[in-house]
Ligand binder design. Structure first.
Ligand SMILES: Cc1cc2nc3c(=O)[nH]c(=O)nc-3n(C[C@H](O)[C@H](O)[C@H](O)COP(=O)(O)OP(=O)(O)OC[C@H]3O[C@@H](n4cnc5c(N)ncnc54)[C@H](O)[C@@H]3O)c2cc1C
Length: 368
């Protein structure tokens, strides 16, 4: 197929508002969502039953930018269903399970590379929110590693690996162990952390201790470092985790490691802000001291902001960033190159408004 006018990364309120506008303006587009549902970011972060408020940012118009996405104080589950029906009525298709991890620039086009394929487009809208799992930092890809535990029973019958040194990882280790023990499954739960010590609260440690005493098969790996993600000869994506590394002689080192099928690995290593992702995509960021002129406190690096023009276009022409990914602030560059810190509220309203604004700019550029 020819290049899309626009590829939209993320099916949150920002990405969906952009898609609805693109459809209305007759642009060709593809929406790429890494989760299993539209609004996955909301599903993952809102507590069950939470009401979704139609909050309007200070000073903004009372008219909600995209009626299809306007919340009505309903529980989140009802909101998600409502938006799903509205999208279907517009005949908008979202490609699920597409984790976008690379952007390749080719003359006047881009390739958005995802876990499932690659999409050629003239413009890209980055609407990936800010709940972004921290990178494992391995050589190769980790896209098949899970980031949360949906159903412990899926791990029964196979040794599993949990990576991370905090409470969330410990909870998952205990839940997996409990599920395996109840099912009388002897396979182990390996728990790995790159440091020598785990950092968990007393209550969490007590639950884990209890699980071990009850016969849980938990194996602890200290100073275990994820190293390589690769596909084996049988087509299985595997993660190699280094567990022992000694120098024997003349600069020769002996490495020991364990290799797990990625589908049995859960990495619970926290979230990172979108700055790291923008940087990985080669987009320009600027530290707060460069905007304010104030030096950061000694030893501290100032916060980093994505640089955007008045149309929310990044330093690379054709790539735009919107929504929660640019909240609570970004560095706005005006036509003469002056920089200012622009506050941006983290609301459904703002994300939807950004999506519409950016698609209008893309349509205008295309028609010039
Ligand atoms: C607990 C909580 C309660 C809130 N309550 C309200 C409220 O009541 N009213 C309100 O107006 N706002 C509320 N907000 C804020 C609101 O949810 C956000 O402002 C809004 O969801 C931002 O939309 P977005 O599209 O920018 O990002 P998100 O909603 O985060 O959507 C981003 C999407 O991109 C996907 N994605 C991420 N990375 C990739 C990738 N690499 N490839 C493909 N897809 C990717 C994610 O899975 C996600 O679906 C709340 C926020 C939180 C955390």
């Amino acid at each position: 197929m020819d290049a899309y006018d626009v590829a939209i990364v993320g099916a949150g309120p920002g990405g969906l508002a952009a898609a609805i506008k693109a459809k209305e303006l007759g642009l060709s587009f593809v929406v790429l969502e890494k989760g299993e549902s539209i609004l996955q970011g909301i599903i993952d972060t809102y507590p069950g039953g939470k009401k979704v408020y139609p909050t309007i940012p200070k000073g903004a118009s009372e008219i909600f930018p995209s009626p299809d996405l306007e919340p009505a104080n309903e529980p989140v589950e009802v909101y998600v269903d409502k938006v799903r029906n509205n999208l279907a009525a517009h005949d908008i298709d979202v490609r699920l399970g597409e984790d976008a991890h690379e952007l390749i620039q080719e003359e006047k086009r881009f390739q958005v590379v995802t876990s499932q394929g690659s999409y050629t487009c003239a413009s890209v809208i980055l609407a990936f929110g800010k709940s972004i799992p921290r990178d494992l930092g391995i050589y190769g890809e980790a896209t098949h590693v899970r980031r949360r535990l949906d159903d412990p029973d899926q791990f029964i019958g196979n040794a599993s690996l949990v990576i991370g040194g905090g409470n969330a990882a410990a909870d998952i280790v205990a839940a997996l162990s409990r599920a395996k023990r109840t099912a009388e499954d002897g396979s182990s739960v390996y728990w790995a952390h790159r440091r020598g010590q785990f950092r968990v609260d007393k209550e969490v440690a007590r639950d884990l201790g209890e699980e071990i005493l009850l016969g849980g098969n938990i194996r602890i790996l200290h100073e275990a470092v994820p190293r390589i993600g690769e596909m084996d000869a049988n087509g299985v994506n595997r993660l190699l985790i280094g567990i022992h590394d000694v120098e024997v002689a003349d600069g020769i080192r002996v490495h020991r490691g364990l290799s797990f099928p990625m589908q049995h690995v859960i990495a619970c290593i926290g979230m990172q802000g979108p700055a790291a992702v923008f940087e990985k995509l080669g987009l320009e960021l600027i530290t707060s001291d460069k905007i304010t002129g104030k030096k950061p406190k000694s030893g501290k690096q100032g916060a980093r902001f994505i640089m955007l023009d008045s149309q929310l276009q990044t330093s690379t022409e054709g790539i735009y960033a919107i929504g929660a990914a640019i909240s609570p602030a970004y560095a706005s560059v005006d036509d003469v190159g002056s920089l200012a810190r622009s506050k941006h509220s983290d609301l459904i309203y703002s994300a939807a408004s950004d999506g519409i604004k950016v698609v209008e700019a893309i349509a205008e550029r295309r028609n010039v």
